[in-house]
Design a protein around this ligand. Sequence first.
Ligand code: ATP
Ligand code: MG
Length: 212
Amino acid sequence: LKTFKESNEKMKLGIMGGTFNPIHNAHLATAEFIRDKYGLDKVVFIPTGDPPHKRNILDKKHRFNMVVMSTLKNDDFFVSDYEIASKGETNYTVDTLRYIGQTYPNEEIYFITGSDAVNQMESWKEFQENFKRAKFIAAIRPGIDLLETQENIERYRKDYSANIDMVYVPSLEISSTYIRSRVKSGKSIKYLVPGRVEEYIRKYNLYGGASR
Ligand code: ATP
Ligand code: MG
C-alpha cells in the first residue's frame, strides 16, 4: 500500500528516455532494478519523437504503443508522450528536464541511462543545465568501456558538480539494434522483449521481418 510521504520528504521520480525502437527487456529490467535500489516512487518512460537525422527509425506511434503495452501492468511505470507530441524537430534532454521540473516542482528527479550515454553527455545541449536539474544513474552496459565511463563520471563530478552514479545491474546484453536485426533475419525474439511487443512486431510486420 502506498502512503503519503512525510511532508519534508520529496517524492523520487525516475525518468527513462530512449528511442525504444523497440523497447526490450533490458530497458524494463534496468528501470525496475534502479527503481528498487534508489527507492523511486515511479519511473516515467519518455520515448523520443522521430529525429530528422535518423531516417530509418520506426514511426513514433509504433514505438510509443510498444512502450505503453510493456508498462501498462506495472503500477510503478508510466509513459509520457511529451517528446513524441512536441512539435519541435529534435528532442533535447534539457528541454524535457525543464518541463519535468515545471510539472513536478516538488519531486527529486533521477535520470536513468545506460553507460553508453554517459560518454556522450558533454555533447548534449546545455549539458551543465542537465546536471543541475537531475541526478543521473548510469547502468553499466555490456560492451561499454568501464574505465572510460568511470573517468568521465569522476570528471563530471569534479568539473560540473554533477550528481551521477554508476550502478551494476544484472547485465543483459540486449539492444534494440540486436532485436531489429534478429527480426529482420527471421530469428526468434521471444523472452528478449515482452510477449505483447513480440506480437505487435509480428502483427504490423515491423523491422522487415518475414511474416510467419
Ligand atoms: P539502439 O540499439 O537502437 O541504440 P538501445 O537498446 O540502445 O537501442 P535506446 O532506446 O537507445 O535502446 O536506449 C534507451 C536507454 O536505455 C539508454 O539510456 C540506454 O543506454 C539504455 N539501455 C538500453 N539497453 C540497455 C542495456 N542492455 N542495459 C542497460 N541500459 C540499457
Ligand atoms: Mg541506444
